[in-house]
Design a protein around this ligand. Structure first.
Ligand code: GLN
Length: 315
């Protein structure tokens, strides 16, 4: 992304998209199965883009914080690979699930090995890896500090009310964790792995911060602002591939078809997107579609990718 013309075009695109989204009445439904998330006003919309040359452009409610939920799984996957490397793939698969994010059905057929790291079961295994014999509190602190490091912003926190709300109603996640434990695929007490999981899902960020946190994935593993290598280029490429194939659960194929960039959604209504070599971006609109992905967020990214010719399949 170079040149003032291109930046001007991007600025205009973000403003146009935010204006259009403000008028939409078909905003999807806010997740209510985590009661604390059910309190969010579905009227919000924010978008932010961090370009590889260090600019951050925003529109709408890009400074309002929201619960990043499953988007955090991109960061825990990065940390878990850093911790145990390719051994991770003995405990988690790399295939799209074609099932809802909290489905239990495949786990029995596949002997407690979750299909991929982004469905809930897979992310609970990541949390178990990150526990690594430590107290849950220490693993949670490590994840939060990693996100703060990526954004260079230590104001980012965990929303304790969201974490408590999810724990109080997380019967399905408890079922997934206990079931995997029975196959030997959790090494710690399920309530400890889940404690880590619930807390990283409850990290609160705004679109600007999230776009900044995703920069290393759009830049071959290196933070373009500092020049520091976070992970190898090969690992960044592979994480982006998993975002494309698995980042939107059973809506991943449709997101790839319509938007054409690696993305990770969360039930808080956020989506993190990366266009390798060009930009990372975050969008937030709390109303969800039938697959539990942000309804307007997906539409907004489709509009943006089309307008900027950002699909990774575009010549
Ligand atoms: N914390 C949520 C859950 O476990 C995450 C789901 C999501 O964002 N898709 O249900």
């Amino acid at each position: 992304m170079t040149g003032t013309a291109a930046v001007g075009e991007l600025e205009q695109a973000l403003d146009d998209i935010a204006c259009e989204m403000a008028t939409r009445t078909d905003r999807g439904n806010v997740a209510t199965y985590i009661p604390q998330l059910g309190r969010i006003n579905a009227g919000a919309f924010g978008i932010a883009v961090a370009t590889h040359d260090g600019q951050v452009l925003t529109a709408g409610d890009a400074e309002l914080t929201f619960s990043i939920q499953s988007i955090s799984k991109v960061f825990t996957l990065t940390l878990a690979l850093g911790s145990i490397g390719d051994q991770l793939w003995r405990r988690v698969g790399r295939e799209p699930s074609g099932n809802p994010f909290n489905s239990i059905i495949q786990l029995e057929h596949e002997n407690g090995i979750p299909r991929n790291p982004f469905i809930n079961a897979g992310a609970i295994v990541l949390a178990d890896v990150l526990l690594g014999g430590h107290e849950p509190r220490e693993a949670i602190g490590e994840i939060l500090r990693f996100v703060q490091f990526l954004t260079d912003d230590d104001t980012i926190t965990i929303d304790a009310a969201v974490a408590a709300s999810e724990r109080a109603t997380g019967f399905r996640n408890f079922a997934l964790a206990n079931y995997m434990k029975s196959f030997g695929n959790l090494h710690h007490a399920p309530e400890h792995s889940l404690g880590v999981y619930f807390h990283h899902c409850a990290i609160a960020m705004n679109c600007r911060q999230l776009a900044l946190a995703g920069r290393f994935l759009a830049n071959g593993g290196t933070n373009p602002a500092t020049g520091f290598s976070v992970i190898s280029a090969e690992r960044a490429r592979r994480i982006a591939a998993l975002m494309l194939t698995c980042g939107h659960y059973d809506g991943s194929g449709d997101f790839a078809f319509r938007v054409g960039i690696p993305g990770k959604s969360g039930v808080g209504g956020g989506i993190l997107g990366v266009v390798p070599g060009i930009a990372s971006m975050a969008v937030w609109s709390p109303g969800l579609n039938e697959n539990g992905n942000s309804k307007l967020g997906s539409i907004a990214l489709e509009m943006l990718a089309k307008r900027m010719n950002w699909s990774i399949f575009a010549p």
